[in-house]
Design a protein around this ligand. Structure first.
Ligand SMILES: Cc1cc2nc3c(=O)[nH]c(=O)nc-3n(C[C@H](O)[C@H](O)[C@H](O)COP(=O)(O)OP(=O)(O)OC[C@H]3O[C@@H](n4cnc5c(N)ncnc54)[C@H](O)[C@@H]3O)c2cc1C
Length: 375
């Protein structure tokens, strides 16, 4: 039986472990804390699911496949892990990122509709869109209950036979060779045919990977009942680097920024939000949803991005059989079920990973993120 060690039980590692176990691999999943622990990026209360990726077809296809994965996972566990509330894109210019997205979605037969800014009032109470060129409506997008989905996925992996080992893993050099041969966890040495390091923001501590880790504050505001998701869709203002969704599970309406924060250390960093972030979220609410300008912050979380320069992920073999899986760049959660299938094919040797995921020098670009340059 083929064996594999996956290090990191965030949504990427857990989804991969589950998929590997279900396709006949003997899997060990190593996690230094618990699946769904608050430091991991996957433990955000919610994450957006969208197919729009500007002109990028590859990611649009993968997100569309992943949507199926989330629906199947929800059905399988009898829990609504994915709320298909739809997503509204607020387009500031007629021919920018959103129109490129619309072209790709239409080419791929992924449902979308171009709407007039005035139509926004049908979706959001007291919507102000007089500065916008158009709206792009993605009805099959939505919101994932992220932390819960991560815990559920890790639980399913264990139920499928994955051995979960609790501890901090360290790469081990082989006997007298420059190759990495295994994983050390406390006093235990683990070896397998393949090792996948899916360590999120911890990856640069272990390997020389082109990653910047930044502090990201997430804010949820107390809102009246009419702002509840799925009635209220998710929304993204790409040019303003602002995004959010209605109230899910009583934690308030999410309204937050995609602008990268200060460099951050995920294990020991203080997890308190910055006042400046609250002020800028409130300024955005005042502009777009004026009735919410005085809404108090109800709930906040500090998380971290693991950013590559071009927001493309890392799927790279660093030594025979040893793979890095990371650099999610703040847009990886939604893809997890489909990405797991893709990586299993890579580990099985069925396909080579796309060259875009390599450890080559990368050019600065944020085209795949939910925000443009403006910040
Ligand atoms: C504020 C914010 C908003 C986001 N919004 C979205 C969104 O709307 N849509 C979307 O698709 N994505 C979004 N993302 C990105 C998404 O959250 C990430 O892509 C995803 O969670 C990455 O999962 P991961 O498994 O790679 O990393 P993580 O969830 O961070 O998991 C890594 C795990 O590895 C473990 N680990 C690390 N090192 C070791 C070691 N040496 N030994 C053992 N265990 C180890 C850690 O403890 C951790 O549990 C957002 C991210 C942030 C921060």
């Amino acid at each position: 039986m083929k064996s594999v060690i996956v290090v990191g039980a965030g949504i990427w590692g857990s989804s991969l472990a589950l998929r590997l176990a279900e396709t006949g691999w003997q899997v060990t999943l190593v996690e230094q804390h618990r699946p769904g622990h608050v430091r991991q990026a996957s433990a955000g209360e919610t994450r957006l699911m969208r197919c729009s990726h500007g002109g990028e077809e590859w990611y649009a296809r993968m997100a569309w496949r992943a949507r199926d994965g989330w629906r199947r996972l929800s059905e399988r566990v009898g829990e609504e892990l994915y709320l298909e509330a739809g997503m509204m894109w607020f387009a500031g210019t007629p021919d920018g990122w959103e129109s490129a997205s619309a072209r790709v979605l239409k080419n791929l037969d992924i449902p979308c509709e171009v709407l007039d800014p005035e139509d926004g009032a049908r979706f959001f109470p007291e919507f102000r869109g007089d500065d916008l060129s158009f709206l792009l409506w993605e009805p099959k997008a939505g919101v994932i209950r992220a932390r819960r989905a991560t815990q559920v996925t890790a639980g399913l992996a264990e139920a499928a036979g994955v051995r979960l080992v609790r501890g901090r893993a360290v790469p081990m050099a082989g006997d007298g060779t420059p190759y990495l041969s295994g994983v050390q966890v406390g006093g235990e040495v683990l070896t397998a045919d393949r090792v996948v390091w899916a360590c999120g923001a911890w990856l640069p501590e272990l390997f020389d990977a082109p990653l910047t880790v930044t502090k990201q504050d997430t804010l949820h505001f107390a809102v009246p009942a009419e702002w509840t998701t799925p009635g209220t869709p998710a929304w993204v203002d790409h040019a303003a680097a602002a995004y959010g969704h209605g109230d899910v599970d009583g934690v308030g309406m999410k309204a937050t920024s995609d602008v990268e924060g200060a460099p951050y250390e995920p294990e020991h960093g203080e997890r308190t939000v910055d006042e400046a972030g609250v002020a800028s979220a409130r300024a955005y609410l005042a502009r777009r949803f004026p009735s919410l300008v005085s809404a108090p912050v109800l709930f906040s979380q500090v998380c971290q991005y693991a950013l590559t320069p071009d927001a493309e992920w890392i799927i790279a073999e660093v030594s025979p059989g040893v793979w890095l899986l990371g650099g999610d760049s703040g847009h990886g959660f939604k893809h997890a079920p489909a990405l797991a299938e893709y990586v299993v094919d890579v580990l099985d040797g069925v396909q080579e990973p796309h060259a875009r995921f390599g450890l080559h020098e990368r050019k600065l670009s944020r085209g795949l993120r939910t925000s443009g340059e403006a910040g």
